[in-house]
Design a protein around this ligand. Sequence first.
Ligand code: ADP
Ligand code: MG
Length: 259
Amino acid sequence: MNGVKKLGKIIAIANQKGGVAKTTTAVNLSAWLSLMGQKVLLVDIDPQGNATSGLGFNKDALDNTIYDILINGLNIENVITKSVIDNLWMLPARMELAGAEIEMVGIRNREYLLKEPLRRIKNDYQYLIIDCPPSLGLLTINALAAAESVIIPIQCEFYALEGLGQLLNTIRLVQEQINTGLNIEGVLLTMFDGRTNLSIQVVEEVKKHFRDKVYKTIIPRNVRLSEAPSHGKPVMVYDRRSRGSEVYQDLAKEVMGIE
Ligand code: ADP
Ligand code: MG
């Protein structure tokens, strides 16, 4: 249907565990969706600002960040910044956001501080991808309140499933009390190592639990994926032909519903 613009979809990437590839997935999924012609806003709501620097932004040089939207009520249009990649825009974050969870406690509607501004602009984009911090605090709650669905990355490691119950519980509470429209978009297996039985066991176990919610695309360990952020580049800009780049393109296709 030529000329008909697809409505925006807000997807949070969440798991309270650190190091499971939330940021890697947020950055590289966003970049591939953009390269495939989708207009994308990458939203960083982690005080560490890894997605922000992963796209090459100098955090010290930014005038405004997501903090100014959540705490100072600044207009979202004044914070969104164009990235160097076509079709890809960024809502950046940096360290000041660490104080926001405490400052939010005194604010009315503190769970909805991201939802209102994001929902207002969402149809200016086709995908709005939120990179969550490694906790289930108010920042993640704000992301889950604003999102229409959530992608859960799970690392293929021994403790992979530990803490997952807590995350699913939080998602259920948000669905009941804050955001009835929230769905699980998909479960993404990351850092797979086919040489170990452990990785294979984790895949089987996660598939048993989540069945058709598990993406067909499994992200293997790939050194290019871990190198790219230090160059401030998504993997397909850093090394387009790498396996890491290919698999995140596969994921972008799955998210878009093209096989
Ligand atoms: P999170 O945002 O969940 O804390 P990150 O995306 O920052 O996790 O990933 C944690 C670390 O693992 C980072 O150093 C990242 O570069 C690395 N990493 C992520 N995915 C892969 C992968 N598939 N192969 C190798 N290293 C990876
Ligand atoms: Mg991260």
